[in-house]
Design a protein around this ligand. Structure first.
Ligand SMILES: [Zn+2]
Ligand SMILES: [Zn+2]
Length: 364
């Protein structure tokens, strides 16, 4: 069938809308009409050709309505409302233990730009293949072909456009605090970079009862928002000795740090601010030369912990976060700004310039 999709092509500043041809779903796939799709920094990296082959349709925080299912699909049916998260095999050790972001096939399934058999679900009207299946969805499009495991069913009474970013950014931040670091009552955490992922971590840290939640950023507006969402302290990153100011909050450093930035100096600060046996979680790699301070780690029994997708099992964590949101205890909707699908270029520009925390495209 013909669909409208935002296609990322080499040497273009932003994805551009085109009419494409979409295949029918395979036996284990769904066709989803996309209602809304969040934009995440990963989409910007991928658009620049750093993660996946081009041309490709990106988008990995889709929300929509199932229109058609393959014959082997058992859990979902046409008409179901779904949020889309990552793709995983379902049978490897990490999938069976509920940590599918570390699936043995995570890289080819999420970044390969095609099914594992090498086929893509998308082509131009002239028949030239366009890469699909980005995070199992390629949801910057009116319709997507999605492996069944990528979809999480939600109640049809809920607003899909608001829920869309739960699929990646929000569960990454909240899952890092709840599942990966397992922050609890009485703990202290410093959160470096309070964009969509960092603010989700702030809200989750309040949810689990952390005693001190220290937000660090350069952007004063975001620090104000962090305080409103549960941070106990907000520290501008550019006002003097950052590590000393964090250590001064607790007197002995923090139990946890959570780094959403790529700045090498922040990777160092996120370890230097830890108390004895503290853990430094991070969700993106340092951009530039950086080496871990091994003596600091050794001398304090400290750990550095890489985190993908908040270690979350989306079918458990997403419904839980929705319930907290309904109770007013996880107000992630305050991070969102909506854009019409046709304004995807503006939304990309606003993310790159730091003018928006969580843009969500209203697709159809
Ligand atoms: Zn797996
Ligand atoms: Zn993402």
């Amino acid at each position: 069938m013909k669909i409208r999709a935002a296609v990322s092509r080499a040497q273009t500043p932003v994805p551009a809308l085109e009419t494409l041809e979409l295949q029918a779903p395979r036996p284990d796939e769904l066709r989803v009409r996309i209602v809304a799709a969040g934009i995440c920094h990963t989409d910007l990296h991928a658009h620049a050709g750093r993660l996946s082959p081009l041309p490709i349709v990106l988008g990995h925080e889709g929300a929509g309505i199932v229109e058609a299912v393959g014959d082997r699909v058992r859990d979902l049916a046409p008409g179901d409302h779904v949020l889309l998260s990552g793709s995983s095999c379902g049978v490897c050790p990490d999938c069976t233990q509920g940590t599918p972001s570390y699936c043995d096939e995570a890289m080819p399934r999420n970044f390969g730009g095609k099914r594992l058999d090498g086929t893509t679900a998308l082509a131009t009207e002239e028949g030239a293949p366009v890469h699909s299946h980005f995070f199992g969805q390629s949801s910057f499009a009116t319709h997507a072909i999605v492996p069944e495991r990528t979809a999480v069913k939600v109640d049809a009474s809920l607003p899909l456009e608001t829920l869309a970013p739960l699929g990646c950014g929000i569960i990454t931040g909240a899952g890092s605090v709840i599942e990966s670091l397992r922050v609890g009552a009485g703990d202290s955490i410093a959160i470096f970079g309070v964009g969509g992922v960092g603010l989700s971590a702030v809200m989750a840290a309040r949810l689990v009862g952390a005693e001190r939640i220290i937000a660090v950023d350069l952007n004063r507006d975001r620090l104000d928002l962090a305080l409103q969402l549960g941070a106990t302290d907000a520290l501008p990153a550019d006002e003097g000795d950052l590590v000393a100011r964090i250590r001064a909050v607790t007197g002995r450093g923090v139990n946890f740090s959570f780094n959403t930035t790529t700045a090498p100096a922040i990777f160092s600060a996120a370890i230097d601010c830890l108390a004895m046996r503290g853990v430094a979680g991070f969700v993106t790699a340092p951009r530039g030369e950086w080496a871990p301070p091994m003596f600091q780690l050794l001398s304090g029994g400290r750990m550095v912990r890489g985190i993908l997708g908040g270690d979350a099992a989306p079918r458990q964590l997403i419904p839980m976060l929705i319930r907290y949101w309904q109770q007013g205890r996880f107000p992630f909707d305050r991070l969102i700004r909506f854009y019409p699908f046709e304004q995807i270029a503006q939304a990309f520009a606003d993310v790159a310039a730091g003018k928006v925390i969580k843009p969500v495209l209203r697709v159809s």
